[in-house]
Design a protein around this ligand. Structure first.
Ligand code: NDP
Ligand code: MG
Length: 391
């Protein structure tokens, strides 16, 4: 049976990789729906190349332009709700959620409610609504599969034992562009420096998150929900070569790792073909050419975001919502050249200090907290002295 896939965020880094992966898996897989936010020209070119049945643009103005520019036979849907619509369509089997940020939450939930296979790259919905999302998936028989490389590695390694036999998981991280920088150098880093990731090519938001190690912090919370683990069972290890994508340590002391090149095509493909493995077109790992792999513990004093991530994961409730939303707002300000790199984590910390934890929130309540944290971060930004930042 041909598997029909909807790619939410198809113009992004994960989305474009997914189009390539599915192209190589044709005719067993087919893209029936794609989505973008505002990059109209890129989206129209993609529609032309992919020929999906449905194309959703979440920005209504961009959708209007898209309808004007498009000249192929496709149904163009408009507005944020269009994501929910394609995520729950009967003719879609697999929803690959590769939107960036909390914006992907309603569609991820809709896919879970519709009982789809939900391949999730978009970690922010799991961070802010992990309980709601995993519970909804369970209730409606949806299958939630990780795409994030570390979580895909853990998921693959987990198959060597039972969940009860897992002692801990070890999430690896490259350490980003500031692994060897001192704290002051890092605080003053430019946008260009923060976007210069040593091993992975990704969208701008996650690349900045990798530089602050906020990405690893979000991944701790993502792992809590994907694998039902307590925070105490999650370790972080810096691995600059980005070859060992993560590991699972079992009760007998055996450590099972998953290795591969730093390329998202493999975790994307595995989520699509699971439980099977197929040849596809992913690059092969050549360990003989790499020579050696190195590991070191993270510097929690330098990467404060990581320490805050462990605390947020332990607190649970609405704390991860604030943690994520403050970061999204701060990273946007950093990328726009409005604040220094070091200010990102200051803003997150301020927001967390100002917030009182709330538990068992509904979607609407979660979104309210998310909104509050964005407003609070923006208010804080407006109050701080205006600095001109070198991009
Ligand atoms: P990109 O920034 O490259 O792409 C984001 C996609 O989401 C684009 O298609 C974009 O559309 C769309 N988008 C942006 N804003 C909105 C919005 N408000 N509503 C709906 N759609 C929107 O991101 P990445 O591909 O790098 O990352 C996507 C997700 O996957 C993130 O959550 C990230 O953490 C996660 N991830 C990414 C990895 C990577 O290698 N890139 C690795 C592991 C996880 P448009 O192009 O029109 O702006
Ligand atoms: Mg990752």
């Amino acid at each position: 049976m041909r598997k029909k896939v909807a790619i939410l965020g198809s113009t992004g880094s994960i989305g474009r990789n997914a189009v390539e992966v599915i192209g190589a898996l044709s005719p067993a897989f087919e893209v029936v729906a794609i989505s973008a936010h505002s990059k109209t020209t890129q989206f129209c070119e993609q529609i032309q190349a992919v020929r999906p049945k449905y194309a959703a643009m979440t920005d209504p103005d961009a959708a209007r332009d898209c309808r004007r520019l498009n000249n192929v036979d496709v149904e163009i849907l408009a507005g944020p709700d269009s994501l929910v619509e394609i995520a729950s369509m009967d003719e879609v089997d697999i929803v690959l959620c590769a939107v960036v940020g909390a914006a992907g939450l309603p569609a991820a939930l809709a896919a879970a409610k519709a009982g789809k296979t939900l391949a999730i790259a978009n970690k922010e919905p799991l961070v802010i609504a992990g309980e709601l999302l995993t519970e909804t998936a369970r209730q409606h028989g949806a299958t939630l599969l990780p795409v994030d490389s570390e979580h895909s590695a853990v998921f693959q390694a987990m198959q060597a034992g039972n969940p009860a036999e897992v002692d801990k998981i070890i999430l690896t991280g490259s350490g980003g562009p500031f692994r060897t920088a001192d704290i002051e150098q890092m605080r003053r880093a430019t946008v260009r420096q923060a976007l210069n990731h040593p091993t992975w090519t990704m969208g701008p938001k996650i690349t900045v998150d990798s530089a602050s190690m906020m990405n690893k912090a979000l991944e701790i919370i993502e792992a809590v929900w994907l694998f039902g683990l307590s925070v105490e069972k999650i370790d972080i290890l810096i691995h600059p070569e980005s070859i060992v994508h993560s590991m699972v340590e079992f009760v007998d002391g055996s450590v099972i790792a998953q290795l591969g090149t730093p390329d998202m095509k493999l975790p994307i493909q595995y989520a699509l073909t699971y439980p099977e493995r197929v040849r596809g077109n992913c690059d092969r790992l050549r360990l003989d050419q790499l020579g050696r792999l190195t590991f070191q513990p993270p510097d929690m004093r330098k990467f404060r975001a990581l320490a805050l991530g462990f605390e947020a994961a332990r607190s649970g409730g609405s704390v991860p919502v604030v943690f994520n939303a403050a970061n999204e707002a701060a990273v946007e300000a950093f990328l726009a050249g409005r604040i220094a790199f070091g200010k990102i984590v200051d803003l997150i910390e301020h927001c967390l200090d100002t917030h009182t934890n709330q538990t068992r929130l509904s979607l609407e309540e979660l979104l309210e907290v998310d909104n509050w944290a964005r407003r609070e971060t923006t208010r804080q930004l407006a109050m701080s002295p205006r600095t001109v930042i070198q991009k």
